[in-house]
Design a protein around this ligand. Structure first.
Ligand code: NDP
Length: 290
């Protein structure tokens, strides 16, 4: 809405940054945190420190939640169950899509709407124009509060399924952690050979940047379920990653990470994909989860 009034529950680094930005934009901000002293500084700058969770919820239709995860929300909101009806809760804590879907059900059983957000920036990015957050949940509810959410970051509404925002968040994290660990592993091998992180930087950056070109090239083939071996072959990739494993081994670097990759290539070969592209490994991943 345009009432410029919001409640913030959870004052970790993220919740602090959010309450801070709302105050700076002239919002009336009501805050609540388990450890109430964390609200003192905000209160000194004009925030209303709610003395109970009921008071925090009663102050506004819109409540932004920023907690460690979704499980933490229940012990906080449960005592205020009868005060949830008609409320809009925007939970910006990270968790799994399934946890979020359960929370949406729990809240709708109590007459409240849940909008989920997957924040893509650290606390320092809150209130900055280039930041963004994935959102999902009931569309009219999201649209009614979009202006208030845009105070925090840009918004990217993904759809009605409450799990979607977190799904987009987690599939990005899937790429992020595996890629960053591969970088750290390569750096360990480089370091064992006397190459510093700084010396490696232009090469590591170039390789990481080139990945999007590969992703773009393979996208239509992946959507079509086609893995022709005209550009690359799994057998070639297998030999390549085998060399990576041995290069690490030769300098006494842990090989758990490239060995896991080698093992996946091997399973693809055993499944008769030697002559197909390495993208055929997606079939291995699909089978594992079935
Ligand atoms: P914190 O883990 O520091 O958040 C802590 C908050 O959760 C505090 O308000 C804390 O209360 C509360 N809390 C934890 N356990 C309980 C409990 N059992 N009962 C009541 N309250 C509890 O995280 P951040 O502030 O850093 O982040 C918040 C969310 O945002 C997380 O889900 C995180 O994944 C996500 N996020 C964070 C980013 C970051 O860079 N920090 C980036 C993107 C997303 P108390 O003060 O009393 O301990």
């Amino acid at each position: 809405g345009n009432s410029k009034s919001v409640t913030v529950i959870g004052l970790g680094p993220m919740g602090q940054a959010m309450a801070d930005v709302y105050l700076k934009r002239g919002y009336k901000v009501t805050v609540w945190n388990r450890t109430s002293s964390k609200a003192d500084e905000l209160a000194a700058r004009g925030a209303v420190k709610a003395s109970s969770i009921n008071e925090a919820l009663a102050a506004n239709e819109l409540t932004v939640i920023s907690l460690t995860d979704y499980d933490v929300m229940y012990p906080i909101l449960n005592p205020a169950s009868e005060h949830l009806s008609g409320k809009v809760l925007v939970n910006l804590s990270s968790d799994t899509p399934e946890k979020v879907r359960k929370a949406a059900k729990w809240l709708s059983d109590r007459g409240a709407s849940l909008i989920t957000g997957g924040v893509q920036v650290p606390p320092s990015g809150i209130g900055k124009p280039d930041s963004f957050t994935y959102y999902s949940g009931p569309k009219e509810v999201f649209e009614a509060h979009m202006k208030d959410l845009e105070v925090l970051t840009g918004t990217d509404y993904r759809g009605e399924d409450p799990g979607l925002a977190m799904l987009y968040y987690q599939i990005q994290m899937d790429i992020f952690w595996t890629s960053m660990l591969s970088y750290l592993h390569a750096l360990a091998v480089a370091g064992a050979n006397g190459i510093s992180a700084e010396q490696f930087l232009p090469y590591a950056s170039a390789t990481l940047s080139s990945l999007s070109t590969f992703v773009e090239f393979y996208t239509p083939r992946l959507d079509a379920g086609k893995h022709p071996g005209d550009v690359d072959r799994l057998a070639m990739g297998f030999a390549s990653i085998e060399h990576v494993v041995h290069t690490a081994e030769d300098v006494g670097i842990d090989i758990a990470l490239p060995s896991a990759v080698l093992d996946i290539f091997k399973r693809g070969m055993e499944n008769g994909h030697s002559g197909d592209s390495f993208t055929s490994l997606i079939e291995i991943f699909k089978k594992s989860s079935a």
